[in-house]
Design a protein. Structure first.
Length: 281
């Protein structure tokens, strides 16, 4: 008998509508902040300490650009709706990724290209002489799309885009206020930022897979994998590559595990477990 995961896969139409809703919310937030008479006063009213305001504003500006990453799953889903196969979409992603890497390598090695590089002002200092996060983002998305079902690929990319944005902005704005423990490989990450990322990823997973029984289990595993990957950057690899790839594997393993809980006793046990953890039936 097909599992609930097989029966209740989110449709492409639902996934597109979900992405549109995320984009609308993002644009609304950016517009509100932009139209605010004094953005610094707005952040102070939100509880950001005076000494953190300038850095928080700079981080918001940088991370707002990262919302463009939502175009990747959006275009992927639109192509699928148009009748393009998933394999063809993956091939297109590989072509775009290859072009991106060639262009960025040219920026690093050819001064003329470096001087005229678009959005040069948004590059961090350490990115001036090395590959940008965009290259790793493109490769991470391509590998995820090539190895995952469309819904898993979309959620994994959302984990990267929305999770990383929330971790960075909350971490810069409030990191160390409630807990002074420093986390991560270099001790530069905060508990507040990591919790923000986990919650955003968990809620995203639960809402996208709202029609799947025991979705909380897979969403929890995927969100935890994404958060820990962002926190510790395993093997020192850029997390724009590792977050979508590792979280897509974690989500698939989580849903596979759900299939083994298909018996009435297994379902009852897991339901009770998550009811106690998250306070609902």
């Amino acid at each position: 008998m097909p599992s609930s995961w097989a029966l209740y896969q989110p449709s492409s139409k639902f996934l597109i509508e979900y992405l549109v809703a995320i984009v609308v919310i993002g644009i609304t937030c950016v517009t509100v902040i932009s139209l605010t008479h004094s953005r610094a006063s707005f952040l102070r009213a939100c509880g950001v300490k005076l000494g953190r305001v300038k850095r928080a504003l700079r981080e918001i500006e940088r991370k707002t650009f990262h919302l463009c990453g939502l175009l990747v799953p959006a275009i992927h889903l639109l192509l699928l709706e148009a009748g393009i196969s998933d394999a063809t979409c993956a091939q297109l992603c590989w072509a775009i990724t290859l072009c991106g890497w060639v262009a960025d390598l040219a920026r690093i090695n050819i001064p003329l290209v470096a001087r005229n590089w678009p959005l040069r002002a948004l590059l961090r200092d350490h990115e001036q002489k090395q590959l940008t996060g965009g290259c790793f983002f493109s490769l991470g998305c391509t590998l995820t799309i090539a190895t995952s079902p469309p819904s898993i690929a979309m959620v994994s990319i959302l984990f990267l885009v929305l999770g990383d944005i929330s971790a960075a902005i909350i971490g810069v704005s409030f990191g160390g206020d409630a807990c002074i423990v420093k986390l991560g490989r270099a001790g530069k990450k905060s508990l507040e930022g990591s919790l923000a990322m986990f919650l955003v990823c968990f809620v995203t997973g639960c809402t996208v897979f709202a029609g799947v029984e025991l979705r909380e289990y897979a969403a929890f595993v995927g969100a935890l994998a994404a958060t820990l990957t962002e926190l510790y950057e395993p093997f020192g690899v850029n997390d724009n590559l590792t977050i979508p790839l590792i979280s897509s594997v974690a989500l698939q393993l989580g849903f596979k595990r759900i299939e083994t809980c298909a018996s009435p006793d297994g379902l009852l046990y897991v339901r009770r477990l998550f009811s106690s953890l998250f306070g609902h039936d």
